[in-house]
Design a protein around this ligand. Sequence first.
Ligand SMILES: [Zn+2]
Length: 278
Amino acid sequence: MKQTPENPMIRDLTLLMLGALLTTALLAAPEHSPWPGGIGIVRIAGEQRPSVIVDDQLTLILRAGNEWIALIGIPLEQSAPGTLTATISVPNRPTRQVELKIEPNTYEEQRLSVNRKYVDPSPEELERIFAEREIIDAALNNWREASIADVSLQTPVGGRRSSSFGLRRFFNDQPRSPHKGMDIAANSGTPINAPMSGVVTATGNYFFNGNTVIIDHGQGLISLYCHLSEIDVDEGVTVSTGTAIGKVGATGRVTGAHLHFATYLNGTAVDPALLLTD
Ligand SMILES: [Zn+2]
């Protein structure tokens, strides 16, 4: 069979592939995943842009066709089954509330052994931890106005992804907060690329997170990269999708080299797998 662009089969195949690409590109919002650590989707009809508030935090709003889509990060600490209240405001209309039904989701247990200082920090280390916590929390809860058409993220680094988001963790047999990110196994020195455009709002060497970069993508969508061997961006710079921001390493509370990649919506850690497209 002669395969030229005139061949109808090839043409149909090309159209089919183009269709698939367009469908992917139009998938601006993730699927409704109403469980702790998931993303709840609330659709609002109308022309005027609404604002949606959950737990005193503004949520990310996308425009899709003739409706608006609010992406609501559901806290890992949320009780499930349960409900989360979203308050919707549209200019010149009465405010209304929507109850989001939260479904249970089981996360496994994980037990890790680390250097004793990461479980029983000294008073000086505790002071450092609290000071860093304030900087990190401020960056993760920041609201920066930005027009966002699509929230799909490119993978920041190639490598085996653990399905470790949400794991209930014990360090040296002591319970600690659940795992709020995805670990991607990669060799020390592997470049990390920004998964979406944004502004670098924090960089530093932190006690638990090691060398860290935080990127603010706008409207409360924020991503965090931890345990880097090297940071290659400065605070305040604007990055594009694919910009090299640093390198994989093993700094901070780790058992080996990997990237801890976390994503936040309305100040809440959500499973990065829900936003990654590749
Ligand atoms: Zn991690």
